[in-house]
Write a protein of this length. Structure first.
Length: 585
């Protein structure tokens, strides 16, 4: 049994000495024993809510994590924070709350930990922004921390009758298929009756979206970066085995506390590079290009969009996951999960093995204990990848001096270069209406601006628009660029994160319908056929940022504070400006 000396732990400020008798009286009021009061206090933070299936099992798993903490002689203190679930927020004003919620999650976890002087943190999250938000809080506080993903949803299965089209009948389904089904319904190739059938079977259980969309991408990141126990992110949410991973995570955080291994001992520059490798080789979400820089910012590390994209460029893509591929998170788990993926990266010398992990050992030591090998179906051997470069590519050019990002997983090389005239939209609603009405032409580049972090505000995802294009069979016949974001479920040649954004006077603000735009994912170029002189003149004639309806409240506050997209769209100065470390106060 480990007895902890609390002389240097934050919780001494609320549990130790005669002056803390008032504080201890509160703990007695909650039924804590004398022993429990004087053990380390471990925050068990979850993003549980009833907004969507992504988060609904987190409550159960939090109880298992608390049991693990108790087993290792700590006192768990559970609390919850918010989640904005993108599947519900998608395609309307609610999506403006999504990226801002990442900051709110990090802020509220930080404030709760600081206010109550907790010594360590187990964080559970299930949906897109809650994963990076929770990990950002861990890094910001720099306490011993273990991350637990709530797990993915099981795939749905389309019936073979009831009017379901032949190409869907009997097939695994994800929520991506539902967004694309809306496009098919609009163009008359899917009946209302079949749409109603599909919506009832697409999402059959608790858990986050099943493909390699943002939630599963960031879950893979949590293992690769070392904040989560190996293989803990893979099991689907309904599996009772998830409780064992949560309990083990509770025990692990106590071990980290004993060894004084903190979040920034784990999240280093090398660990961030490992995480970017795993995103690339799994064809992960472009949103990783936003969240990895934001996590780095909390550690005081400059790791920007271009750094992420440099790693993407020379990492083979060898894990065949939706939306670019065939399989879902459950299939990856059954094929050995992220550890087997990292073993393949290690074979090619593409992994830093000396990084510390939440298991209290190096990544190399942890991987040595993994017996699985690539199955050749879900996880290809790295010697014979699906493509030789990553599934996500960075772009730069006179439209995007600060960069942009595009997901090319599942797009043949001959379709990775696109030149066409711009059709400019001032917001997502205008673009979606045009797509619904087929008020666009094959061969065009749809430009959606004023959707950046500040200008949107909130940097909305464009899944409704891109899925409608795919549903209309136009996913490969048009391209799309925006200073907003795309869902991890987006398919097609869609460029996001164009920076600087329109509201900050980026060149995307000056594009006009008819301008010839070139997107070249092979060369990494995003440009418009305009001279520097013409662009300068248009900038001089620019009337300034578009006014929004957000003049107060949380979204207004986010828009005022948020920085450049390529730096992660963060809202505070980060670790480089710190004058103290929470754990050492």
């Amino acid at each position: 049994m480990t007895k902890f000396d609390k002389a240097r732990l934050p919780s001494r400020h609320v549990t130790e000495g005669p002056s803390k008798a008032p504080h201890r009286s509160f703990y007695h009021a909650m039924g804590m024993t004398e022993e429990e009061i004087h053990q380390p206090l471990v925050g068990v933070a979850s993003c549980w809510n009833e907004a969507a299936p992504c988060n609904i099992s987190l409550n159960r798993q939090a109880q298992a994590a608390k049991a693990g903490v108790r087993e290792a002689h700590g006192s768990p203190r559970e609390f919850t924070t918010i989640t904005v679930t993108d599947g519900i927020a998608m395609g309307h004003e609610g999506m403006r709350s999504s990226l801002a919620s990442r900051e709110a999650i990090a802020d509220t976890v930080e404030l709760t930990m600081r206010g109550h002087c907790y010594d360590a943190l187990v964080g559970l999250a299930g949906c897109d922004k809650s994963l990076p938000g929770m990990m950002m809080a861990m890094i910001r506080l720099n306490v011993p921390s273990v991350f637990v993903y709530g797990g993915s949803i099981l795939p749905g299965r389309a019936p073979t009758d009831q009017g379901v089209p032949e190409d869907l009948a009997g097939r695994d389904l994800t929520v991506q298929d539902m967004f694309e089904a809306v496009g098919r319904h609009q163009n008359g190739t899917l009946s209302s009756e079949a749409l109603a059938v599909l919506e009832r079977v697409a999402c059959p259980s608790a858990g986050a979206c099943g493909g390699q969309f943002t939630a599963n991408t960031m879950a893979c990141v949590s293992e690769a970066i070392g904040l989560a126990l190996l293989n803990s992110s893979g099991a689907p949410a309904p599996y009772e085995s998830r409780d064992q991973y949560a309990a083990a995570s509770g025990e692990a955080v106590m071990m980290l506390l004993e060894k004084n291994i903190r979040a920034r001992d784990i999240v280093t520059r090398k660990a961030l590079e490992n995480a970017a490798r795993v995103v690339a080789c799994t064809g992960g979400s472009t949103n990783a290009g936003l969240h990895l820089p934001a996590m780095a910012h909390e550690a005081g590390i400059e790791f920007f969009l271009e750094d992420v994209c440099d790693i993407f460029r020379d990492t083979p893509y060898f894990v065949d996951l939706k939306p670019g591929g065939q399989y879902v998170a459950k299939d990856l788990y059954e094929a050995g999960g992220v550890p087997v993926v990292m073993k393949e990266l290690r074979k090619a010398g593409l992994l830093h093995e000396d990084c510390m992990t939440a298991a209290g050992m190096s990544l190399g030591e942890a991987l040595d204990r993994i017996e699985g090998e690539a199955d050749g179906k879900v996880i290809y051997p790295i010697e014979t990848p699906i493509t030789k470069t990553g599934g996500v590519v960075g772009l730069k050019g006179n439209i995007a001096p600060e960069g942009a990002i595009v997901k090319v997983a599942g797009i043949a090389p001959e379709h990775q270069v696109f030149t066409g005239p711009a059709r400019v939209f001032e917001c997502e609603e205008d673009a979606f209406e045009a797509v619904q009405n087929r008020a666009y032409e094959e061969g065009e580049v749809l430009v959606i601006r004023n959707e950046g972090p500040a200008g949107g505000p909130g940097m909305r995802e464009m899944l409704a628009t891109t899925a409608a294009l795919s549903g209309q069979g136009m996913g490969k016949k048009v391209a799309l660029i925006t200073d907003g974001r795309f869902s991890g479920a987006t398919r097609g040649f869609c460029v996001g994160h164009v920076g600087p954004e329109a509201a900050h006077g980026g060149p995307i603000a000056f594009l006009a319908t008819g301008d010839m735009i070139t997107i070249d994912a092979i060369k990494g170029e995003l440009s418009v056929a305009l001279s520097a002189t013409e662009l300068a003149q248009r900038k001089a004639d620019w009337a300034g940022p578009r006014e929004t309806i957000y003049a107060s409240g949380a979204v207004w506050k986010f828009a005022r504070l948020v920085g450049a997209t390529y730096k992660g769209a963060v809202t505070h100065p980060g670790a480089q400006a710190e004058k103290h470390v929470y754990m050492d106060l």
